[in-house]
Design a binder for this molecule. Structure first.
Ligand SMILES: Nc1ncnc2c1ncn2[C@@H]1O[C@H](COP(=O)(O)OP(=O)(O)OP(=O)(O)O)[C@@H](O)[C@H]1O
Ligand SMILES: [Mg+2]
Length: 327
């Protein structure tokens, strides 16, 4: 299948007073046209930094130290800053993790959306306003005229999230990076936001990268899933396989930690804590938490291997059982 986005060996570091924080370590994955790809992993696993790096929005002291981000045939890491501005918001857009702080506090939300139509689609002010109201209606905002005149601080969290999504979709991007778009929303609003994303993906054919802590959300809306642990990508699979036959011990622990309302069993917490990313030792970063750890795990980083069609895993223990190398 054609890959819309292909990330190869992407690495991001933060230079801090204490040393180098290796937040994203040689991550490789593809996003296919029209799919919803989930990105899961505990807090601090590098999900947001990875997404920001795709758009080259990592701020100092963070920097991209290696890799490629191929999007529709060109490596975004080689573009000029000006060329990159034409990609952001137009061909790839992002719903940021904290929508209220990502919105501009001194512009009305209507003006923020309208500016995108003016800037990226050459719309007149009047046309941009009309399309803004349409967009607010599409994301389920009642009284769009009144809401368009308001500022971010006057809106609820769910409303800010919808405005962010309206902004992200205003220019019909080919790819939407949605970072925890439902976190902090109450359950029914969260369900509406997910339905909105899914529907817009279906209607426009845009691919969506959905970053979330919530495996329930993943099961509900994603086609495929990537699992990140401590800045490394440990497993990629189609959603059914990921839940039915997770191979990486970390993914297995994540799946076991899902609260089950249908069964009377307590969920099992994931053992240990996410390791420090400050000058981490070589090898697999799950080694200290892993029930299947081998000597080699502390020496060598496992490569991402094909275990089955639509299923890749980076684990020495699984490799010993016969996964096939591709990368
Ligand atoms: N400005 C910074 N300075 C130093 N380290 C940073 C900075 N920003 C991020 N990091 C490091 O990058 C790592 C990855 O952070 P990131 O925000 O991508 O995690 P995440 O998976 O999105 O977590 P969450 O689920 O909490 O949103 C963190 O562990 C943190 O140590
Ligand atoms: Mg994050």
């Amino acid at each position: 299948m054609t890959e819309l986005l292909e990330v190869r060996d992407l690495s991001v570091q933060f230079d801090t007073d204490e040393g180098v924080v290796e937040a994203v370590d040689a991550v490789s994955f593809g996003v296919r046209a029209g799919e919803i790809l989930g990105v899961v992993g505990e807090s601090g696993s590098g999900k947001s930094v990875n997404a920001l790096a795709i758009l080259r929005l990592v701020r100092p002291p963070g920097r991209i130290v290696g890799g490629q981000v191929r999007f529709e045939g060109e490596d975004l890491l080689t573009l000029s800053e000006e060329e990159m501005r034409a990609v952001r918001g137009a061909r790839i857009s992002m719903v940021f993790q904290s929508p209220r702080t990502a919105l501009n506090p001194v512009l009305t939300v209507g003006r923020q959306i309208a500016r995108l139509f003016e800037l990226h689609r050459g719309a007149s002010r009047r046309d941009a306003r009309r399309r803004t109201l349409e967009m607010l209606t599409r994301v389920g905002i009642a009284e769009p005229e009144r809401r368009a005149r308001q500022y971010a601080h006057q809106l609820s969290g769910g409303m800010c999230q919808r405005v962010m999504i309206a902004m992200a979709l205003a220019t019909s991007p080919r790819l939407l990076l949605a970072d925890e778009p439902t976190t902090g929303l109450d359950v029914s609003i969260a369900a509406q936001v997910l339905e909105l994303l899914r529907d817009l993906g279906r209607r426009t054919g845009a691919a969506i990268v959905l970053i979330t802590h919530d495996l329930g959300v993943v099961a509900e809306v994603c086609d495929r899933v990537t699992v990140m642990h401590a800045g490394q990508l440990v497993e990629v699979a189609d959603v059914r396989t990921l839940f039915a036959r997770p191979l990486h011990p970390y993914t297995q622990a994540l799946v076991r930690a899902i609260p089950r309302i249908d069964q009377d069993v307590a969920m099992e917490p994931i053992p240990g804590a996410v390791p420090s990313l400050l000058m981490p030792p070589p090898g697999c970063r799950y080694a200290d938490r892993c029930p299947r750890v081998l000597d080699v795990c502390r020496r060598e980083r496992p490569a991402l291997l094909v275990a089955a069609p639509e299923h890749e895993v980076a684990c020495h223990a699984v490799e010993r059982e016969g996964a096939v190398a591709i990368r």
